[in-house]
Design a protein around this ligand. Structure first.
Ligand SMILES: *Cc1c(COP(=O)(O)O)cnc(C)c1O
Ligand code: SF4
Length: 371
């Protein structure tokens, strides 16, 4: 299932390749390193030079090994190597499309919904996704959350009884050390009104070696911990990724996937069926399928809303209901998330409602009166 390891790393012993610190230290970040690993197009070279200063490039050797070195349209490449589309600016785009900086009671916490908060604990990630909605600050070392900011975030949650659900985010929280993560989970779950902690991480996709037995042991000590990951394409569904997800599930974590719908990457119903079936086999439930946000420099990756609706329509009825995520738009300006469904309700005639099912057949349903 894995493509053969690129020649450049063919000599690396298996135990070194599987060591996440080696993967982390050997990330491709500079143009000559990319040139040595892939056949770049002139457009990619220009895009790198123009964009890398504002949003860094970083690709683990593992994730790089999933990229077809010769195919400019490779779906993994679109997610990791800058394309010219990143340089286009449109007036409808926002630097902070979800107004996360405006709903910050303390630095590092976005509190928008009554009962849950986003808690940014680090701004680094093993791989910087070109479609990241937080490009404005992720990868920028000057904005990293210091320990003091983490302390202040915990203090805010402790004095805010409405908060029941804390989503650790970033960056990627698994870029923290096991000890730091252990401390944060310990402190948060000791707060009486906190029901659960979620960790939003792409490590199972971009650096699955990071999911070590030692990390799993830390997670096993704390519960309930939900892990939301971010698989976008069946090519990311490798034996290493399966091992990482199963280790997390065995440690008692509840796993969910947050896919981002991307043009030319995963805007195809059959592909999403394949991806979601694989995820279910690893005990990871498709949770959200996100419409790509109105962030600057990612418009070239966006799909029309109709694409997402077609995918949901294809999933519904044809595969396990557990494989059907919510198709979600995160509204600009901090409106929050809304979910969209294909139009199943076709019409109403008094109490009689007409529905369309997944095969397109019509059914009449007698509705009871309101009140
Ligand atoms: C997405 C998000 C959450 C979590 O939303 P769920 O729908 O509960 O997964 C919480 N806070 C903010 C600001 C968010 O954007
Ligand atoms: S892992 Fe998440 S936070 Fe990091 S670059 Fe990718 S989308 Fe952004």
């Amino acid at each position: 299932m894995n493509p053969p390891r690129p020649e450049r790393w063919a000599h690396v012993p298996e135990h070194t390749w599987n060591d996440w610190t080696w993967q982390q230290q050997n990330r491709l970040t500079r143009l000559p390193e990319l040139e040595a690993a892939f056949r770049l197009t002139p457009e990619e070279r220009r895009a790198f030079e123009a964009s890398a200063a504002s949003f860094r490039v970083s690709i683990t050797p593992y994730y790089a090994s999933l990229i077809d070195p010769d195919d400019p349209s490779c779906p993994i490449r679109q997610q990791a190597i800058p394309q010219l589309g990143e340089l286009e600016v449109f007036d409808f785009e926002h630097r902070d499309p979800l107004a996360e900086e405006q709903h910050m009671p303390v630095p590092g916490i976005t509190h928008r919904y009554p009962d849950r908060v986003l808690f940014y604990v680090i701004h680094h990630c093993p791989v910087y996704c070109r479609h990241c909605t937080r490009k404005r600050k992720v990868s920028d070392p000057t904005t990293a959350a210091a320990l003091r900011q983490i302390e202040e975030g915990i203090a805010y949650i402790a004095r805010t009884p409405a908060v029941r659900d804390v989503l650790l985010s970033g960056g990627d929280p698994l870029s923290l050390s096991d000890a730091r993560l252990d401390m944060i989970l310990e402190r948060l779950l000791a707060i009486e009104h906190v029901d659960l902690v979620r960790i939003g991480t792409r490590n199972p996709v971009t650096l699955p070696q990071r999911i070590t037995p030692a990390l799993a042991e830390v997670l096993r000590r704390h519960r309930p911990v939900y892990v939301h990951t971010h698989f976008n394409h069946p090519r990311e569904c490798t034996p290493e990724a399966a091992r990482a997800l199963n280790l997390l599930a065995d440690a008692g974590c509840v796993l969910g996937n947050q896919m981002v719908l991307l043009r030319g990457v995963n805007d195809d119903p059959e592909l999403v069926v394949t991806l979601n079936r694989w995820l279910l086999r690893q005990r990871c439930r498709p949770y959200y399928m996100f419409q790509c946000d109105m962030a600057q420099g990612i418009t070239h990756l966006r799909t029309p809303l109709s694409t997402g609706l077609k995918i949901i329509d294809r999933l519904r009825g044809h595969c396990s209901g557990m494989a059907v995520p919510h198709f979600v738009v995160d509204l600009p300006g901090g409106g929050g998330k809304i979910s969209l469904l294909p139009e199943y309700l076709q019409g109403r005639d008094g109490p009689w409602v007409t529905f369309r099912n997944y095969q397109g057949d019509l059914y009449r349903f007698y509705d009871v009166p309101e009140g």
